[in-house]
Design a protein around this ligand. Structure first.
Ligand code: KIV
Length: 270
């Protein structure tokens, strides 16, 4: 049976119903093999984040990744998703030019990748685009706080909304995204008290990263939480495994055994 006809698959309606009942789990995924493991483990949402620009492509920023590249990555994740909802990030430049362009790109993403929804960074300024997408039947996840596509504007990846004015704007933006019909909102790197206040104010679920424990769910970048990305150590990151030394050790063993001719042995030969 196709994954799309299985009734056990997560939907945006089910994600909404989880608010106040059960915490929502989201992790990034960028390929079939790891996404299969994450899906099998029972994650609610697989996010094909534009952090793929850093994690997969080795770019310094998320800005260079394209719609075509996001579609390519998302296809593999969709094929892996027997249970989870798959959300694809709309990359920088794919929704800022005009509402029409935003809807066209979102439709391309859904049609060509099979994703269940899209995620966009920003508040009031992108609400018209979000309204058009939702009218077109495209589920939208919002993203407020630290929005890495605006790194050139912020000048870094520091904590957002520390000051009262920025916190008030974030709360206002969250209400607008909620009213526009977003099925959830990611809150990145903001004070825990503000994230809790937003979560208690909006009707849709919030999913936090570096936003404390008062949100309706949590998201992390898979490679960070698996300890594959040892250079990245923000305060909010908990490593649930330390896989980098495991991978390096295995590769060193492979190199050694090939060099000393102990691999392959007789049992490993035909
Ligand atoms: O691109 C990404 O990985 C994200 C998460 C950090 C939420 O947007």
């Amino acid at each position: 049976m196709s994954v799309h006809t299985q009734t056990s698959r997560m939907t945006t309606a089910k994600i909404r119903q989880m608010k106040g009942v059960e915490k929502i789990t989201m992790l990034t995924s960028y390929d079939f093999t790891l996404a299969s493991l994450v899906d099998e483990a029972g994650i609610d949402i697989l996010l094909v984040g534009d952090s793929a620009s850093n994690i997969v492509c080795g770019n310094q920023y998320t800005l260079p990744i394209t719609v075509d590249e996001m579609i390519f990555l998302t296809r593999g994740v969709v094929r892996a998703a027997n249970h989870a909802l798959v959300v694809c990030d709309m990359p920088f430049g794919s929704y800022q030019i005009s509402e029409e362009d935003a809807v066209r790109n979102a439709i391309r993403i859904l049609k060509e990748s099979g994703a269940d929804g899209v995620k966009l960074e920003g508040g009031e300024e992108i609400v018209p685009a979000i309204r058009h997408m939702i009218q077109a039947g495209i589920p939208v996840c919002g993203h407020l706080g630290l929005t890495p596509q605006s790194v050139n504007q912020f000048g870094g990846y520091g904590l957002r909304a520390k000051e009262e004015a920025e916190a008030a704007k974030l709360l206002h933006d969250a209400k607008l995204l909620d009213e526009a019909g977003c099925f959830c909102i990611v809150l990145e790197k903001i004070p825990a008290a503000l994230a809790k206040q937003v979560s208690e104010t909006v009707s849709c679920p919030t999913i936090g990263i570096g936003a404390g424990n008062g949100t309706d769910g949590q998201v992390l970048v898979l490679h960070d939480m698996l300890g594959l990305n040892m250079g990245f150590k923000p305060k909010f990151l908990r490593r649930f495994a330390e896989l980098a030394p495991v991978v390096t050790g295995a590769v060193q063993d492979y190199i050694k055994t090939v060099k000393d001719s102990s691999f392959p042995n007789e049992e490993e030969s035909y």
